[in-house]
Design a binder for this molecule. Structure first.
Ligand SMILES: Cc1cc2nc3c(=O)[nH]c(=O)nc-3n(C[C@H](O)[C@H](O)[C@H](O)COP(=O)(O)O)c2cc1C
Length: 202
């Protein structure tokens, strides 16, 4: 199990061009979305929404908003991860519903007060987007487990993505775009710094 997990991390790579005519099975796409759904989030507030694009028309339009990166138009499915903004407000119905679930009964009032202070002191957009990246990582690992390739795409024009997906900027911020499919090229050798450059034990 441990080795299998490390094998998945080693196997995943950023695919820059997909086999455009090869669709992904609905069950595999469902597995990817489930991995996103099950991701951890601060206060359990799940600050993400997944917009799935599979039609060639939508994917090609989105490619233009991603500086024409070809993996967007050739992917079988593209998932735009939107970070929740307005719903993160302590007085929103959404936040109260999820906080009450995470902190039931007597715990709720204290948790809400705590969250209110946290929210006031936080860059909510950055906080929400950063959590979407956790979901994204899980989704890409799940894709590898399903035998699919993926690419994270942070290179996009957020104004254009908002316009294309008709996103209300007060409600959502495009956090990251994920392209999924079968890669048209083999992976190049994985390049990572050695652990001893990254880890410090104290
Ligand atoms: C937040 C984020 C944004 C990224 N944006 C892009 C992108 O816009 N275009 C692209 O081709 N790759 C993008 N990548 C993929 C990285 O370039 C790639 O993961 C990195 O070079 C390491 O290579 P590997 O994933 O093949 O191991 C992005 C990755 C992350 C995590």
């Amino acid at each position: 199990m441990k080795q299998q997990l490390l094998d998945l991390f080693n196997k995943r790579f950023a695919c820059h061009l997909f086999q455009a005519d090869r669709p992904v099975a609905a069950a595999d796409l469902a597995t990817i979305l489930e991995a996103g759904r099950l991701s951890p989030s601060s206060f359990g507030l799940e600050p993400w929404k997944f917009v799935v694009l599979t039609s060639p028309r939508h994917k090609h339009s989105l490619q233009a908003a991603c500086f024409q990166q070809p993996q967007v138009g050739t992917a079988a499915a593209v998932v735009v991860i939107l970070a929740k903004l307005a719903e993160m407000h302590p007085d929103s119905d959404y936040t109260r519903r999820l906080l009450a679930r995470e902190y039931p009964g007597d715990q709720f009032a204290g948790a809400l007060q705590n969250y209110r202070g946290f929210h006031a002191a936080t860059d909510v957009k950055a906080w929400s987007v950063s959590q979407c990246h956790i979901a994204a990582a899980n989704m890409m690992t799940a894709a590898t487990a399903a035998g699919l390739d993926s690419c994270a795409i942070g290179g996009f024009d957020p104004v254009e993505v908002r316009r294309q997906l008709d996103i209300d900027p007060a409600r959502h911020e495009p956090a990251l775009i994920l392209a999924f499919g079968y890669c048209a090229a083999a992976a190049s050798e994985k390049q990572r710094l050695p652990l001893d450059e990254l880890v410090e034990y104290r």
